[in-house]
Design a protein around this ligand. Structure first.
Ligand code: SDX
Length: 431
């Protein structure tokens, strides 16, 4: 990674400091500032980390200008059309596409870890029935470390492997249980004869008195949603998992931290916020009013499901997701769903508006995933929980990569202090 030939020179306070430059496989060069404070006595300043590489990684690469997303070098559009979620999980975890035998073994290991410790069912009972599923997910996933002690020692590669498979396998079960709990229906157990996406749909929509026949169009769309949300470089929730893991915390606690971060409407909560926005708009006639608000600098309102920190032309996942949305809407119909009619018209008007074109704001993955999940019959409160199910493999893969790095250091950013200068305590009678 180090490129001895290239360096940057920083001239500061009459001194020159040479900073090494590393050249990546793909993407921009990076300036190594690890010794900057020691050499020059200054910090860099980058709130939001818009120009900061927090690590080196071999897992995912995004080219924001080209609208390209690669997982271990494979373009997302090819994976979405030719692969399936568990195969993409294998690729993210182990770095290569599996042979048929490797895939069969991996899918068997995941399938045989989908059940939850029976004692954990009582954890759900501590929540109110109107608890947001994301609150339950954060709580129950964090509590996994209280039940699966034999896969919390991060120094043991075998325990790291078991924790990885357990997380991928149990997240759909936990999410489905969170959904069932909030609608007052009994939990449905996973079935080993169903694929990952079909198992999740059945655990959500079957009841003991009436099983659920999974429609292949819906299970394919569900699998595609899982695949398209699997990993995305050092996004906010993945960076949260890395920072939490850098202290040596157990993997379940770190994934719970990632779920908490994903919950925010600027991140994974955008799909839920997008559908709530579409419902608030209500009718096609009110779309211009909301587009005007999104453009008004004095109005904090933003079009949820639009824009992206990295993609500045289009989100390649959204392109694929839009195809799935059209398939599901054809199957489920939108004529009687005003929310979905508003979505289609909003997309059309926003894409035709110069403001969004100039600011490179376009529908992102969350805009279309929300539409599909709405059409499938999920409540908006489940949208981000489903995103968390999918992103678990990305969090775990990035966690594994970081924990295995011999140069692992605890993450500890510095700051630009702009508070009060040093001063003496004043007794209360003198204030
Ligand atoms: C995800 O990082 C990831 O990879 C995330 C993710 C993943 O897979 O992990 O891709 C998943 O989080 C997708 C993004 C989902 N979020 C939303 O859809 C929420 C709505 N989008 C915005 O909040 C916003 O676009 C962000 C947060 C996504 C990106 O924000 P940035 O990069 O910090 O951009 P910005 O806030 O600096 O905005 C740039 C300009 C601003 O105008 P000016 O100050 O330059 O005049 O664009 C405007 C913003 O006001 N703008 C919007 C807008 N998003 C940005 N205006 C209206 N509607 C919007 N949605």
């Amino acid at each position: 990674m180090a490129d001895d030939k290239k360096s940057a020179t920083l001239s500061l306070n009459g001194k020159e400091h040479e900073l090494p430059i590393f050249s990546p496989t793909l993407g921009p060069d990076v300036i190594d500032i690890r010794k900057l404070y020691g050499q020059a006595g200054v910090f860099t300043y980058d709130p939001g980390f818009t120009s900061t590489a927090s690590c080196d990684s071999t897992i995912t690469f995004i080219d924001g200008e080209k609208g390209e997303l690669l997982h271990r070098g494979y373009p997302i559009d090819q994976l979405a059309s030719k692969s399936h979620y568990l195969e993409v999980c294998y690729l993210l975890l182990y770095g290569e596409l599996p042979s048929a035998a490797q895939l069969e073994d991996f899918e068997s290991r995941v399938t045989n870890h989908t059940m939850l410790h029976e004692q954990m069912h009582f954890l759900f009972r501590g929540f109110r029935r109107d608890a947001p599923p994301m609150a339950i997910m954060v709580g129950v996933v964090g509590a996994l470390s209280a039940f699966y002690h034999d896969s919390t020692d991060i120094t043991d590669p075998w325990q790291r492997e078991v924790a990885s498979v357990r997380m991928i396998a149990k997240m759909p079960t936990i999410a489905a249980m969170a959904y069932k709990y909030t609608i007052g229906q009994p939990f449905m157990y996973p079935r080993n004869d169903l694929d990952y996406a079909s198992n999740f749909l059945r655990m959500c929509f079957a009841v003991p008195s009436d099983d659920y026949e999974v429609n292949p169009i819906l299970s394919r769309a569900m699998d595609r949603i899982f695949t398209l949300h699997a990993d995305h470089e050092q996004n906010a929730s993945t960076s949260t998992v890395r920072l939490a893991s850098s202290s040596g915390a157990n993997p379940f606690a770190c994934i719970a931290a990632g779920i908490a971060c994903l919950w925010g409407p600027a991140h994974g909560g955008a799909n839920q916020a997008c559908l709530e926005m579409l419902r608030e708009i209500g009718t096609v006639e009110r779309i211009p009013e909301y587009i005007a608000r999104a453009k008004d600098k004095n109005d904090p309102f933003r079009l949820m499901g639009f824009g992206h920190r990295v993609y500045k032309n289009f989100d390649p996942r959204a392109t694929v997701m839009k195809q799935s949305a059209d398939e599901v809407l054809d199957l489920m119909g939108i004529d009687d769903n005003p929310t979905l009619q508003v979505a289609k018209e909003l997309e059309k008007q926003a894409l035709a508006d110069p403001y969004f074109a100039e600011k490179k704001l376009f529908p992102n993955v969350d805009f279309y995933s929300g539409i599909i999940l709405e059409a499938m019959g999920f409540p908006t409160s489940m949208f981000t929980a489903i995103f968390a199910v999918s992103r678990t493999v990305g969090w775990i893969s990035q966690w594994k990569e970081m924990i295995a790095d011999p140069q692992l250091k605890i993450g500890r950013p510095r700051q630009l202090y702009v508070g009060a200068p040093k001063r003496d305590y004043v007794d209360i009678e003198n204030r």
